[in-house]
Design a protein around this ligand. Sequence first.
Ligand code: G
Ligand code: G
Ligand code: MN
Ligand code: NA
Length: 249
Amino acid sequence: LAIESQIRSGLDNGEFDVWYQPIIDARSQKMVSVEALVRWPRRPDGALAPDDFITIAETSGLIYGLGQFVLRRACQDLEPYSDLKLSVNISPAQFRDPEFEEKVASVLAMTRFPPTRLQLEVTENYVLENPERARAAINNLKMLGIAVALDDFGTGYSSIGYLRRFNFDTIKIDKSLAGLVDNDDQASALVSGTIRIASALGMTVVAEGVENEKQMKLLRLAGCDQLQGFWYSQPLPIEALKALRQQRH
Ligand code: G
Ligand code: G
Ligand code: MN
Ligand code: NA
């Protein structure tokens, strides 16, 4: 409860930040997109990990306000950089709001951010929780021109079947799987099989958690379209992202 009320006052007092991790085109090695990641540099006891406060925000209903904040801030920050797409994480709880799609549309209108530059990342939990609502929401978003990505693929029950049943534009192979390609043959086979199937279904394939050159090369060779990870960059504040973008343009 203590953290809950701190999140609430943190939102009121503008304590949250949004950082951006570059997503790199595997062929050109240029930055083509960024993933928005919320940060809370909380005083006086230091930063609290997003995993922890997002869980609390989800169970307390504060995720609606936090999610709106992240989307609005990210659209505002990225609007001027028309060569970059923007990918934003959405909690399953946010989709329970029947007006979710309308709220996204109104943030886009308010920030003048083109829907075709926005992608929303959802995890399979979201699809499992309410498949009918998931299908409808994904289709509504796509009708607005927004892309939808299946995040964290390779954790949990991740099934190839979801790729077909729901019209995901993008699949993001989780770092716990993609990060093994340089030293685990089974993981490597799983990754290349996933890439082949997703590509055949017309999806963009992104590998997360790329931490070294060998992984980068193996994932590129296996057919990943885009790469993301510490090998390229940590998540960065908007000013640092702007500086890096000049170099990778
Ligand atoms: O950097 P990293 O520690 O940011 O993120 C930890 C986890 O928190 C990841 O699973 C990530 O998807 C999630 N996360 C980060 N930012 C957001 C956000 O704005 N909304 C939601 N729902 N999840 C986020
Ligand atoms: O769950 P999701 O995929 O949205 O979470 C992204 C998380 O992965 C963030 O916490 C981000 O900081 C972290 N991350 C990004 N790149 C790397 C990487 O190369 N290695 C590791 N270990 N984590 C990473
Ligand atoms: Mn993500
Ligand atoms: Na992930």
